[in-house]
Design a protein around this ligand. Structure first.
Ligand code: SF4
Length: 462
């Protein structure tokens, strides 16, 4: 591990001498990259305390569920999972069960009321306390510890040791929380207000990761475009475009990605930084959510369809070969057939490379959950199917345009379906499957030979 302090990053918290040597842990992660990132940190802390990760939940001494609360059935999934875990714990009474993440942050004591066999509950703001809570359980028994907010940037998960899944690729948090108030979203409630990390801390972490052999960085934030609004550096406010350039300039970093920008804050300076910084990939995730101005207003998104399309056009004019993905919610309360038709029109006009499409589900605690005009499931399903059909056709056409071309790809490993085939990703973040066995983290050039809606086929040429 490179000496982080020498590289300008406050020292990673050096845990105490290992106390749980030889014990095993298993982490089950639900939800977004922010949770995946937190789970890497939880794994890093438990490993630093002498434990080893086990892929088999039933054999673990400590099981950690890192939960998500974005979808209605997310909570049902959690309590269902805890129900199944009870039987395992009855067979292995020494097993410790910890519940963290957004559902825990939202439910707090309720988790243990509904599942008494849980040993500890922690939230999104005190991930760094996971070993302390295990000590508490050993010493005094079950504990619930929920912090209402992150009190200092030193509590950012990024200062914790990490157990990363992929040695060549890493997530780096640049800000936590969100100051927006989209009416369908629970994130501001469970992740709190926006707090940006200092530029030097972010760059220090990227340098330390590069020194560790990481070549691909994904910058994480709920709304990366508002990065730095709460910071002051030499009398001025650092902005995301500057941070992107600085991260892209770190020696050893070959690919920089980021998620998520907010269309209302996505400006030309970021597109220019992308175009002018070689390592920043030609890939943009720009969540549309709906194509209807009436629904966008009800969602409190802060832009309309024409503004979204003009921002998209601006980005495509400035960044050559830009691959664009988006998020779309179908069936938001009050959505009429005309509103949905407007979404289909924007999707047809925007021609996204990929769209993550969701059926609206009410989230207790969000304004939209109590709005009138909740749409019957079968109507939502029908609209969802029509949208997916349209988008799949567009994705296929976009991928067909790549056939015959050559792409730089980063190897992830053997394909899950066929070990004689490798899976890699283009700079546009598209999966490419090609025959051969190659080391994860290797950069290759591949000729694209065939296209499908959600992946490309190719052959390695160098
Ligand atoms: S920008 Fe909106 S959707 Fe995204 S995290 Fe913030 S409130 Fe949620």
């Amino acid at each position: 591990m490179a000496d982080a302090t020498a590289l300008g990053m406050p020292s990673v918290r050096t845990p105490r001498a290992p106390q749980r040597i030889g014990q095993s842990y298993h982490i089950r992660t639900f939800g977004c990259q922010m949770n995946e990132h937190d789970s890497e940190r939880i794994g890093g802390l438990l490993t630093a305390d002498g434990m080893v990760a086990t892929p088999t939940l039933e054999e673990a001494d400590v099981v950690v569920l890192n939960t998500c609360t974005i979808r209605e059935n997310a909570d049902n999934k959690l309590y269902g999972f805890l129900g199944a875990l009870r039987a395992v714990k009855n067979r292995r009474p020494g097993m410790k069960i910890l519940v963290g993440g957004c559902s825990a942050q939202k439910d707090g004591d309720l988790v243990m009321e509904r599942a008494r066999w849980v040993d500890a509950v922690f939230g999104t703001h005190n991930v760094h306390r996971v070993v302390d809570l295990l000590d508490h359980v050993d010493e005094w028994g079950p504990v619930t510890e929920i912090w209402e907010e992150t009190t200092s940037t030193d509590d950012f998960p990024s200062y914790l040791p990490a157990q990363r899944e992929t040695p060549h690729s890493a997530w780096v948090t640049i800000a936590i929380g969100c100051d927006n108030s989209c009416t369908f979203c629970i994130v501001p409630t469970v992740r709190g207000r926006e707090i940006s990390r200092r530029v030097g801390d972010v760059i220090g972490e990227v340098r330390s990761l590069a020194a560790d052999g990481v070549t691909e960085i994904t910058l994480l934030g709920q709304n990366v475009n508002s990065y730095g609004r709460d910071l002051e550096l030499n009398g001025r406010r650092p902005v995301f475009a500057d941070l992107l350039r600085q991260v892209g300039a770190v020696e050893g970093i070959r690919r920089v990605r980021y998620t998520s920008p907010h269309p209302k804050d996505f400006k030309e300076d970021v597109a220019l930084a992308m175009a002018k910084t070689k390592s920043v990939c030609e890939q943009l995730h720009l969540p549309l959510q709906s194509g209807s101005d009436r629904i966008l207003a009800a969602m409190h998104r802060g832009y309309n369809a024409s503004r979204f399309l003009s921002r998209l056009e601006m980005a495509r004019d400035i960044v050559p070969n830009l691959a664009v993905s988006t998020d779309i919610i179908v069936g938001f309360p009050g959505e009429t057939e005309d509103d949905f038709a407007a979404t289909m029109d924007v999707v047809a006009a925007a021609r996204f490379d990929q769209a993550f499409t969701f059926q609206y589900s009410p989230r207790p605690g969000t304004p939209a959950a109590t709005m009138g005009g909740q749409i019957p499931k079968e109507i939502v399903q029908d609209r969802f199917d029509r949208l997916v059909t349209l988008q799949n056709q567009i994705s296929l056409e976009k991928n067909e345009a790549a056939v015959g071309g050559v792409e730089e790809v980063l190897v992830e490993g053997p394909s899950k379906k066929d070990p004689t085939v490798m899976t890699a990703r283009t700079r546009g973040n598209k999966p490419v499957h090609a025959p051969g066995r190659y080391e994860p983290g290797t950069y290759l050039r591949a000729e694209i030979t065939q296209a499908a809606p959600h992946h490309l086929l190719g052959r390695v040429i160098s």
